[in-house]
Design a protein around this ligand. Structure first.
Ligand code: CP
Ligand code: NVA
Length: 318
């Protein structure tokens, strides 16, 4: 579906004041309209000035892309960002989340939270009177996935009926890819070692959302999984918080690396995506990473455009 300016505005109108904790918080029309708005902002066809709104960033984990893209997105919308890392706020000294969330709601207009448990993020949203955005939890990474689907659109146009194969750990990124694929009609195959599958509840949820034409699959054979795929995707074998499992995971994930051999089994025109940071020689070979770096860095840049669209929508700036 392609929207003009008015179409985008009406599809996004009811996102004002909304949280974005999961990819499934917005329906397929709203998600596609967000991607269209992101494209308009990227090309300069559309400019939005929110008039000095403030985004609070509560990050309990490291971040380069998410943090900087939120900061720049807010600056481009005429607003500001305040850093509220638990290490520098009273959160780190035990101030309850329910108090912090209510206090920040009096100062800020929106907050983005990067943390471990999805329940903690949901708790922020419960107590906040302003929109709360998921900047990554152990369960999902929805802002990343918006950028990924924008990048796939830029490469192929239509999303419907495309096949994306994710090779690696059934983690937060794999979860959001499955859910968003289900929502937008993109077939998603996850190839992972035994014992590292996506959460069964997420897979079930994605299956319930998907139309009968969209296939979602979990397999343990990367070569059969990449057959017919137009998009190959990977992410780190050990996510933030799993550092102590790094060595055992390196053994378990052997053979789950996107290298030239695996890539040659996919569609000839397949693109390769990686949410970054990348570990060359683990989930992706240095050669594949370099040969596909243009798309991968477009994908990173798209974080800025989709988050600008997201902020403008939840802050009612359309
Ligand atoms: N892809 C991503 O979220 O990167 P950061 O961890 O650097 O934010
Ligand atoms: N799965 C990774 C994504 C990093 C952007 C992690 O959670 O660390």
């Amino acid at each position: 579906m392609k929207y003009n300016h008015l179409g985008v505005a009406s599809a996004l109108a009811n996102l004002r004041g909304r949280d974005y904790l999961s990819v499934t918080d917005f329906d397929s029309d709203q998600t596609l309209a967000l991607l269209d708005l992101a494209k308009q902002l990227k090309t300069g066809e559309r400019r939005i000035d929110l008039g000095n709104r403030v985004l609070g960033l509560i990050f309990s984990k490291a971040s380069t892309r998410t943090r900087v893209s939120f900061q720049v997105a807010m600056a481009r919308l005429g607003g500001q960002t305040v850093d509220l890392n638990p290490q520098v706020t009273q959160l780190g000294r035990g101030e309850p989340l329910e108090d912090t969330s209510r206090v920040l709601s009096r100062f800020c207009d929106v907050i983005a939270v990067r943390t471990f448990g999805q329940e903690e993020l949901e708790n922020y949203a419960h107590w906040a009177s302003i929109p709360v955005l998921n900047a990554l939890t152990d369960l999902e990474h929805p802002c990343q996935i918006l950028a990924d689907f924008l990048t796939i659109q830029e490469s192929f146009g239509e999303l419907l009926g495309r096949t994306l194969t994710y090779v690696g750990d059934g983690n937060n990124v794999a979860h959001s890819l499955l859910l968003c694929g289900a929502l937008l009609g993109v077939n998603v195959k996850v190839a992972c070692p035994k014992g590292f599958e996506p959460a069964p509840a997420i897979f079930q949820q994605a299956k319930l959302i998907a139309s009968s034409n969209t296939s979602l699959e979990i397999t343990h054979d990367p070569f059969s999984a990449v057959k017919g795929a137009q998009v190959l995707y990977t992410d780190v074998w050990a996510s933030m918080g799993q550092e102590q499992e790094k060595i055992s995971r390196e053994k378990a994930f052997k053979g789950f690396c996107i290298d030239e051999e695996l890539l040659s089994a996919a569609d000839p025109g397949a693109i390769v995506l990686h949410c970054l940071p990348a570990h060359r020689g683990e989930e992706i070979s240095a050669e594949v990473m370099e040969r596909h770096s243009r798309t991968i860095f477009d994908q990173a840049e798209n974080r800025l455009h989709v988050q600008q669209a997201l902020l403008a929508s939840v802050l009612g700036g359309l």
